[in-house]
Design a protein around this ligand. Structure first.
Ligand code: LLP
Length: 431
């Protein structure tokens, strides 16, 4: 359920007409609903709390899904932690009021600087993804005179997810270490005076709509936990990752958080471990839309009809990158026959196509459309390709709304570049 609903022929976000925001901020623009974020967080929370084995488990929101400070601060107030993959994300989480004790630091290629930053910040746990990384974390911990908590990220060799590019648990994926290697690394971490080996982590993919691969992965994690304990090694924490799919309105809805929680509870039953999850998409995706304006409709003699928008692949990359589906809804639908449109942006490549032959009600230049389910992996993946200023973001709460990331002016955009000294400003004269 989300809070983007038509009212009196107009699409609203909570108590605000999306058209009002589009008019004031301009388009393209991302708009998020606080109520939907809160609802999705609470549904996840209640699902975990409904399972005694998971009560109190940490929900570490995957910051990569939506890293806007206001979004993070909204979730922080509900008790969320953060799953981060860079120093930038750790800094965002901290600035949004998420305490270090709730921050997990993951990622296959952490730099020494980032690890040192995470150690100094005192994050809850660093998820180690390889042997060289384990050595580096131990070395940096010793240098800092600290003893950070670590988990070994396991690659359970079960891939899952909505697209090959977002599958992370398959044998050929770059993420984590094999089950056999994990045993060896865990023993070595536990033996290090500079590390507090606390647990295991896994994350097998994103937009997971079938729980069977997750069940298999959790099972393997349970098996490994028992083997490590038999070796006398302490395993106190299991990080079960994220990955649960969000509904995109083009296929049956993915399983609910309660089904995931039931599965996870079975996997940790009797282990007496501290559990964490790293959901991103299921919390943020349907809490956001991207609004774009129709520039014009270009009808070809062959009957093809291009809906040319002012939003483009640089604002919402997912269709170009993963052929992903986003439902497209006119903000104020006109009466009339539904027709097929090829929905495109102005960027100069054919990849800048959001949808082919998408049935939509009649649309004209000046109309506004919403790309639904754009709150996760939307604005965070935007760029300024074609020198299009970075897309702004707005957060709605009830009848209030606020610009939570402004659109840079052209001057600001250009000012980030520097002229090399031998091309000093004075020497540039338009020819
Ligand atoms: N934890 C780790 C270690 C991850 O790598 C990810 C996502 C998550 C948690 C959160 O997964 P979620 O609950 O959101 O599925 N850009 C792609 C998605 C990439 C996901 C990468 N990892 C997309 O737009 O579909």
């Amino acid at each position: 359920m989300n809070h983007f609903e038509p009212r009196g022929g107009q699409l609203f976000c909570e108590e605000v007409a999306l058209e009002e925001i589009a008019r004031e901020v301009g388009t393209p623009v991302y708009i998020y609903s606080s109520a939907t974020l809160a609802r999705h967080y609470q549904v996840f929370r209640q699902a975990l709390d409904g399972e005694p084995a998971l009560a109190g488990a940490l929900i570490a929101f995957a910051v990569k899904a939506n890293s806007n400070l206001s979004v993070l601060a909204s979730l922080a107030r509900l008790g969320a932690g953060a799953d981060t993959v860079s120093e930038g994300e750790i800094r965002r989480a901290l600035s949004a009021g998420i305490g270090p004790a709730k921050i997990i630091f993951s990622g296959v290629g952490k730099t020494a600087r980032e690890i040192a930053f995470a150690i100094a910040a005192g994050v809850r746990q660093i998820n180690i993804e390889s042997e060289p990384e384990l050595a580096l974390v131990a070395e940096l911990a010793e240098a800092a005179g600290a003893r950070p908590s670590i988990a070994i990220r396991v690659n359970p060799e079960v891939g899952a997810g909505g697209h090959a590019k977002i599958t992370t648990g398959a044998v050929e994926s770059k993420f984590g270490v094999s089950l056999a290697e994990a045993e060896r690394l865990y023993a070595s971490a536990a033996a290090s005076p500079h590390l507090d080996a606390r647990g295991l982590a896994c994350h097998i993919g994103s937009q997971i709509t079938d729980l069977a691969p997750l069940a298999a992965a959790y099972d393997r994690l349970r098996g490994l936990t028992l083997r490590l304990r038999q070796l006398g090694l302490p395993v106190e924490a299991l990080d079960l990752g994220g990955g649960l799919g969000a509904p995109y309105f083009n296929s049956p809805d993915p399983p609910a958080p309660a089904a995931l929680a039931a599965l996870a509870a079975r996997a940790v039953e009797g282990l007496d471990v501290e559990v964490s999850f790293e959901p991103g998409r299921v919390i943020a995706a349907n809490a956001g839309v991207l609004i774009a304006r129709v520039l014009h409709v270009h009808a070809r003699p062959d009957g093809r009809r291009f809906l040319v928008l002012d939003g483009a692949m640089n604002d919402l990359m997912r269709p170009a990158l993963y052929d992903s589906f986003h439902d497209i809804r006119p903000l104020s639908p006109r009466p009339g026959p539904v027709r097929d449109y090829d929905v495109v942006g102005p960027v100069c490549e054919t990849g800048d196509t959001f949808a082919r032959a998408r049935p939509l009600p009649p649309l004209e230049g000046g109309d506004l459309v919403a790309f639904m389910t754009a709150g996760a992996y939307g604005a965070v993946m935007a760029s300024e390709y074609n020198s299009r200023p970075l897309v702004p973001e707005v957060l709605v709460s009830g009848s209030s709304w606020s610009l939570v990331r402004g659109r840079p002016s052209y001057e600001e955009m250009l000012a980030r570049d520097r002229l090399a000294p031998w091309l000093s400003a004075g020497s540039i004269t338009p020819t």
